[in-house]
Design a protein around this ligand. Structure first.
Ligand code: LFR
Length: 464
């Protein structure tokens, strides 16, 4: 039999893509059919996502995918987590906010005044991030008017199928999913004044959400709709001693575990227990990733009135000396958009760099990210009581050789880089399994074996 084909929609914070995935005996392939820019857009009331543009790009991309590959059998959608749109009878009530909008700070105080963080952690197992959905709900005046609240991938699935559901891996990032039962925590929602009527029925990866009328009636299959959940599916983890870093805008650094860890130590270290595909636990921490670099380059491009050439900047950064001083990549002052070079320079106690000092500055950024990656891998291993002997680094960051080498050097562990498109691959693999391309009992290990076979990673050994 020939390869089976599916369409994967993968939306990241800086770009989105539509891919054709092909899966067959010994075959796992991606073909990109559309790639479009994404990012925060500033409106009168703060930072938003341009959902209408995303939605139009997704529709056009799917139409093009089907033109190129008429044998496509299904569609899967993943994106970043936590953000949502509120729906009324006539559709969206307001444009979704971007999680980097700072209004959520007020929500944090409001929620913790009712349910202290220690109790939240016991119930939902989530690391503290000021933008977790439950904090956003606390400052959302429209919530009371809504019939349903859908996370971004579910919102796009609703536009295609008319069905309102909440895919479980992404729902785990809202803060409202009970860590132990995997169901909505109605008591918590009620305590926080969140109408439980807005929380849609939960579905698991592999379940069919509905038929996409405008995409030839194809089924939309739920995947790990949280992009990080899909990425972890496609990490070619070979042993329980492997850690992973899913590195794009964020670096999601941690381990896959069979059960959550909600000890005081895990809470103090701000480790999360997000829901993975097949009920696995993504025990990890958000580390600020390439956001620091992309925002820096954006600021310089604006200042220059012309786009900065990133490849040549990275090449020059590789030749710069190893910096004596680093900054904390996780410093909260670096979370919002804008003025990134100045804000980093402030942390370093130096003036913002002139044009000649840019390569050295980029080197400081990369080494600071790598240092945070290394310390977080160590923390994950300590908290889980596991020995870690290798780090898989997947996502766009796997293309950054300087970052991969620095992560190996600073952790003292080999880094296996790739696949770059882990998220889209995880999306494709879960659809293909649901369609029967792997046999009914295929485990994540079977899917990962296919990834390892078809996308051999690039190895970076630590320098002494
Ligand atoms: C990565 C990611 C992280 C989540 C952050 C915000 O793209 O999904 O896992 O914490 O974006 O949604």
């Amino acid at each position: 039999a020939g390869a089976r084909a599916v369409a994967a929609v993968d939306l990241g914070a800086t770009s989105g893509r539509v891919m054709i995935g092909r899966v067959g005996a010994g075959v796992l392939e991606l073909e990109q059919v559309a790639r479009f820019a994404n990012g925060p857009v500033q409106r009168a009331d703060g930072w938003h996502w341009d959902l209408e543009a995303l939605s139009a790009n997704v529709r056009a991309g799917l139409a093009e995918a089907l033109r190129r590959e008429p044998s496509i059998e299904s569609v899967g959608i993943d994106s970043w987590a936590v953000d949502y749109g509120l729906l009324g009878a006539d559709g969206l009530l307001a444009e979704p906010f971007h999680y980097r909008d700072e209004r959520t700070v007020r929500g944090v105080d409001a929620v913790h005044a009712v349910v202290p963080f220690e109790e939240l952690y016991r119930r939902n197992g989530l690391q503290f991030l000021p933008f977790n959905t439950l904090y956003q709900y606390a400052v959302d005046a429209r919530l009371a008017d809504a019939e349903a609240s859908l996370l971004i991938p579910d919102l796009l699935a609703e536009r295609l199928t008319g069905r309102r559901v909440a895919e479980r891996t992404n729902a785990s990032t809202t803060g409202l999913l009970d860590l132990h039962t995997g169901q909505w925590d109605h008591a918590l929602a009620e305590a926080l004044g969140i109408p439980i009527s807005v929380l849609p029925p939960l579905v698991d990866p592999g379940e069919t959400i509905g038929a996409a009328g405008e995409v030839a009636g194809l089924p939309v299959i739920a995947v790990g709709s949280h992009d990080t959940a899909s990425a972890v599916v496609a990490v070619p983890l070979s042993t329980p001693h492997a850690a992973y870093i899913s590195c794009g805008t964020w670096g999601l650094v941690g381990l896959e575990l069979p059960a959550p860890i909600v000890t005081d130590a895990a809470r103090a270290a701000n480790f999360t227990n997000e829901g993975g595909v097949d009920g696995r636990v993504r025990f990890l921490r958000n580390v600020t990733g390439l956001w620091l670099l992309s925002e820096t380059v954006r600021a310089w491009s604006e200042a220059d009135g012309a786009p900065v050439d990133l490849p040549s900047l990275l090449a020059a950064a590789a030749d710069a000396p190893t910096p004596a001083r680093l900054f904390d990549a996780d410093d909260p002052s670096l979370a919002a958009p804008g003025n990134m070079p100045e804000r980093i320079a402030t942390l370093l106690g130096m003036p913002a760099p002139g044009a000649e000092a840019r390569p050295a500055f980029v080197r400081v950024i990369i080494e600071s990210i790598a240092e945070a990656f290394a310390r977080t891998v160590r923390a994950a291993a300590d908290l889980a009581g596991r020995e870690v002997d290798v780090i898989h680094l997947v996502g766009g960051g796997a293309l950054n050789a300087l970052l991969c080498q620095a992560t190996a050097d600073r952790s003292g562990l080999p880094v296996l880089a790739g696949p770059v498109e882990a998220t889209a691959l995880g999306n494709v693999l879960v659809q293909a399994r649901a369609l029967g391309a792997f046999g009914a009992d295929a485990s994540l290990e079977d899917l990962r074996a296919r990834v390892a076979e078809t996308f051999p990673p690039r190895r970076f050994d630590p320098h002494p």
